[in-house]
Write a protein that binds this ligand. Structure first.
Ligand code: 5GP
Ligand code: MN
Length: 409
């Protein structure tokens, strides 16, 4: 453990020379197929471009590929060590007795067809609290970071309350539980769990759980157009996402809620954990979508220069838009909920005399067509890139792990 920490520190020092360079956003972030004539109706094109692109965002640094390559081998060696350690480690430590029905239901928590609505029903509306607990426990993070159970449950209760603030049909605690459970599936099925440190695992689970906290049930565009207090606070930039992550840290200060209280000084408030959580939640802003996917597609031309934090951001983003790739019944339920929220925003816009946002007009919106556009232009490319990343990450890590196992025996 001591050696691993030292090596990681050395890598961080070496890498810090190369990070945070701002590069230009390519102008062609929108897929070419969207700019010409095609099968996608103009209304849906308008929605895709308006919702999923931005030319303002900052893109984090390009690294010198030569140096990266040599650092990679060190990183792989460290990761291989972690991989070996995790193969032998106990996962669920069973600190707390969950209700038996919930415990039984969690046997399926690694499955992509997991029914989070059923979990919410059998847990009396506590799906978020139990998923948060189950994932932290499954990866032994409660013990490793000495998270007091009292704080964990108090914090979870505040989170659930925060998610219910606006009574949204879609952006509610069940959605947060769904995103965390889906993230877990991606981590497990890809083998990514072996590539992440405990602190990174914790940061990802936490980001998934808090990523839509106190969501208003309206979009960033609506906040900007109505000059809402949040839009003023965050200067129209990733308004909701800034609020979600800021509120998550704010709630830690409430009575008995500080789940990070026993984190070592190295772990928190280390720049690493806090920055990661902030970056991941900000990356769920859909206006970053096309830019984010395009950037990773081009990074994959030189897989050795792939940045871990970028890959982590894409995983959270993918988990956030998981349902169109899930079973039809689950997808239909989520879509119905989302459409209710969109239409309620449209009703408000009509009342305020504002132009109606795309997909928000209950009288004209073509739900089925918009879903096809969403799947073809958003879901499919996202998951294609994600799976390419999985292939690239796991190849070298697994290879190094096998080599070090051979050496050890
Ligand atoms: P979130 O708001 O949950 O952080 O980000 C997810 C966003 O992706 C939603 O607000 C919505 O804009 C979009 N989204 C997720 N699922 C669907 C879907 O099935 N159809 C459409 N049209 N948009 C979706
Ligand atoms: Mn979300």
């Amino acid at each position: 453990e001591h050696i691993r920490r030292n090596i990681e520190y050395a890598i961080a020092v070496m890498e810090s020379r190369y990070v945070n360079r701002v590069v230009e956003i390519p102008d062609d972030e929108v897929p070419a197929t969207l700019s010409g004539e095609g099968p996608v109706p103009p209304e849906i094109k308008r929605w895709l471009v308006q919702t999923f692109t931005s030319r303002r965002a900052d893109v984090r640094g390009r690294k010198e590929s030569e140096t990266r390559r040599s650092l990679r081998s060190v990183v792989h060696a460290v990761q291989a060590g972690m991989f070996v350690e995790r193969m032998f480690r106990k996962t669920s430590v069973g600190v707390q007795n969950l209700p038996p029905e919930v415990q039984e239901h969690f046997k399926n928590i690694d499955s992509w067809s997991y029914d989070v609505f059923e979990l919410d029903r059998i847990s009396d509306g506590n799906s978020l609290k139990f998923v948060f607990y189950e994932l932290l426990n499954k990866y032994d993070l409660i013990r490793k970071f000495k998270i007091p159970l009292k704080s964990l449950f108090a914090y979870s209760a505040r989170l659930q309350r925060g998610y219910r603030k606006y009574n949204n049909r879609y952006h509610n605690p069940i959605h947060a539980a769904d995103v965390a459970q889906s993230l877990n599936c991606l981590l497990v099925s890809s083998g990514f769990v072996h590539w992440l440190s405990d602190l990174e695992m914790f940061s990802m689970i936490m980001a998934a759980v808090v990523h839509d906290l106190e969501h208003s049930g309206t979009t960033n565009t609506f906040h900007t157009n109505t000059r809402s207090p949040l839009a003023q606070m965050y200067n129209d930039k990733s308004v909701l996402e800034n609020h979600h992550i800021s509120s998550a840290f704010r709630l830690l200060n409430e009575e008995d809620c500080d789940i990070l209280v026993n984190f070592s000084k190295d772990d928190y408030p280390s720049k690493e954990a806090r920055t990661l959580m902030i970056d991941m939640v900000l990356a769920t802003d859909m206006s970053q979508h096309f830019g984010q996917v395009k950037k990773l597609q081009s990074n994959l031309q030189h897989p050795e220069s792939l940045e871990k934090s970028r890959a982590m951001c894409l995983m959270i983003h993918s988990a956030d838009i998981n349902h169109p790739s899930k079973q039809w019944e689950l997808h239909c339920r989520w879509t119905e909920r989302l459409v209710v929220e969109f239409f309620e925003q449209g009703d408000q816009e009509r009342k305020l005399g504002l132009p109606l946002s795309p997909l928000c007009d209950r009288h004209t919106t073509m739900v089925a067509q918009s879903q096809i556009g969403f799947m073809d232009y958003v879901i499919k490319p996202t998951y294609d890139v994600l799976f390419d990343i999985f292939r690239n990450v796991n190849g070298p890590v697994v290879r190094d792990a096998i080599l070090s196992l051979r050496r050890a025996s």
